[in-house]
Every structure is written in C-alpha cells, then in structure tokens.
Design a protein around this ligand. Sequence first.
Ligand SMILES: [Cu+2]
Length: 194
Amino acid sequence: MDPVLKHIATAMTVAMLATLAIIFTLSGTHVAAGRTNTSQAHAVTAAARAVNVRLVINANGPHGWPTFTLSRLKLPDNAIVHLTIVNNDNGGGALAGPFGQPQGLIGPERVNGKAITLSNVSVAHTFTVPALGVNIVVPTAPNNGTVTVEATFRVTRTGSFRWQCMAPCGTGATGWSGPMATVGYMTGNLEVQG
Ligand SMILES: [Cu+2]
C-alpha cells in the first residue's frame, strides 16, 4: 500500500473508533440518566402523598337541584385521598347493584364515624369514579340533619376522569336528567396530575 494511502486509512480507522467511543459514552450516560430518573420515580411512588378532600352535598342547590359543592377535583398522582362527604339530602332509596356497595377503598367506609356494612340502607347519592373503580355510598340524611361519610382511596393513574353519582337523583322519568347529567351538580371531573 502507498504510504500516504496507508496513513489516510489509519487516520480514518482512528477517527471511526473515536466516534464509536463517543457514541458508546453518550449512550452509557443516557442509560445512567434513565436509571437515575427511574429510581427517583420509584422514590416518589414509595412516599404516597396524603390528601384530604371535603365535599358537601346540598339537597337544594341552584335550580333546586341536589349539588356536590366541589365538582372539579385536582389530585397529585399516587395520592392517598381521605374523602369526607357531608350530605344534608334526606331523599333517596334502595340502590341495587354494585353501586349500592362501597368499592375500591382502603379500609371500610365510615358513616358518622362508624365503619358499617352498607346493605339495605337508603342511599341518597354516590361518589363514583368508574375509571378508578371507586364507589362511595352516601346514605340518606336525617330530616333537618346531615350524614357524614369518610372513605379512603388511592389514585394510581394520571389523567382526567369523570366522576358521577350513580343513584338516580335527577329529573325526568328515570331520574337521570337534570343534575345527574350536568357538570357541577352530580357529575364532574377528577384530574390526577403527574
Ligand atoms: Cu345524586
């Protein structure tokens, strides 16, 4: 081989090896950074944030409709949510099917401070988040009084989820019109932010 050509070939080989070494180093850094981020995310996961949320159900909201006073909820991801619902609605009735029972909760649902089995109770409303598998039953309040419900659940997904009362407390023949179908009354959004 011509000594000049040999020199060029050697130079090219060295340049190629140097490039490969740089790529390797960069990808190595990338992997390391990825690992760091992942372990940080796991650290956040391990320390779930406790969040207290209080909702009030007013039997006579605007239009005379029953109303959850806070319809748009924002929660951090991986939160353990302690939800308190104070209800003054003395209407309601039996609610058959899955929404007549608490679901997706950590521990029992408590009514007026007592863990009770909610079967055959008169249900005024529910706080249900179908996408998260959460159902909280709100019994009928005594006349001129209130009933307080406490329940705990964990949010494990980010996104915007619809919540809905599943006890047909609205207007129309089926009770599913009016407040049941209007955001700000018996339905709304729960936003879980990462
Ligand atoms: Cu309702």
